[in-house]
Design a protein around this ligand. Sequence first.
Ligand SMILES: Nc1ncnc2c1ncn2[C@@H]1O[C@H](COP(=O)(O)OP(=O)(O)OP(=O)(O)O)[C@@H](O)[C@H]1O
Ligand SMILES: [Mg+2]
Length: 380
Amino acid sequence: MNFSEAVQKTRSFLQELEAPFVGRHEEALVIVLALLSGEHAVLVGEPGTAKSAMVRRAASLLKARFFKYLLTRYTEPSELFGPIDIRALQAGVYARVTRGKLSEAEIAFLDEIFNASSAVLNSLLSIMMERIVYDGYTEIRTPLWSLFGSSNRVPDEPELEALYDRFLLRAYVQPLDAEYWDKLLEATWKLETGEVGEVAPVLTMKELEELHKHVMSVNVSNVRPQLIKMLLTLEERGLHVSDRRKGKILKVIAAHALLNNRKVATEDDLVVLKYTVPKALEDFEKIGVILSEELKTKERVLRELHEIRANVKVTASRVQSVPPYDPRLAEFYKSLSTTKNKVLNYVKDFDEDEEIRKLTDEIISEIDDLMDRIKAKLYI
Ligand SMILES: Nc1ncnc2c1ncn2[C@@H]1O[C@H](COP(=O)(O)OP(=O)(O)OP(=O)(O)O)[C@@H](O)[C@H]1O
Ligand SMILES: [Mg+2]
């Protein structure tokens, strides 16, 4: 699988994942970023916002060994890691029957994750961090790739802090705005009537590992200074990131770059801070505001390009209205030439992005046309 096949594969997985849901693009993105970077993600939000449905769909689209469980405060380690093997115990060996349990899963989903009791918690911490289960006397290496959690709240108990910290990716799933309700009813109807149907896997674990290799080959060194600068800005504005998370964010940046067909990460990829920095619920909104102020993101570049285009249109009508030889024509010409250079410089980091490239090409050709028209009017 080459890089562009990897990009295509990732994009179609993302599209398939979000297809039956309304207004859940960012949540789907968070799930995909977690899979690409081999990290864990937690979805936090009120009941009925499709948290479980999204993770279940991601699991069906992936051909992987999947384990899911709803945690309550009374969940015992044996429910997740398997019961004690009685026969082995009679022979003097302490072991668990792990078949079909979390210890054998590549992808796991733990619903109501913050209900974990302290016995379960300790095992979760080590399986998430080291992919190891300590089984009394032995250590079992597990194939766990990503663990997804969901909850109706973010935890504030200190004993859950370490667990929460291990979810590099976090999404705050909010109920849909009224403008989406009509589509929601339609989508739910389709899901309920079975019109959406069973999904067939579109990705194997082996392919996912290949995607991950491509992610890890993305060049992130040029965004490191910008990342540090942003982390400093965020720290100043009260958004603290643990040291463990700081370094790991680079992986998510690389995953975002791959999804956007970039072998070299750019400032645009720092948008993943939105899904990796927030801790308390209010942080999710706060960071959105800070990032839109501070970052040169794709959205922002598109916005500015549209503004420039509108200005070129204004210039075009002014060119139209002045008589031939008018000295203002030379001024228009000069300013268009400056604009052209500015546009080309501005989009330099985004030359792999089809949408931006297309818009840029259109604007540049509009500018060139207009400059030709000015030249004709000046008879040179
Ligand atoms: N944005 C949406 N688009 C399409 N369907 C949706 C959406 N939100 C909710 N639904 C419908 O609502 C159902 C309930 O979602 P789900 O059980 O996944 O919610 P949840 O967030 O996991 O809730 P809980 O916190 O109670 O576990 C979904 O299976 C789906 O049919
Ligand atoms: Mg649920």
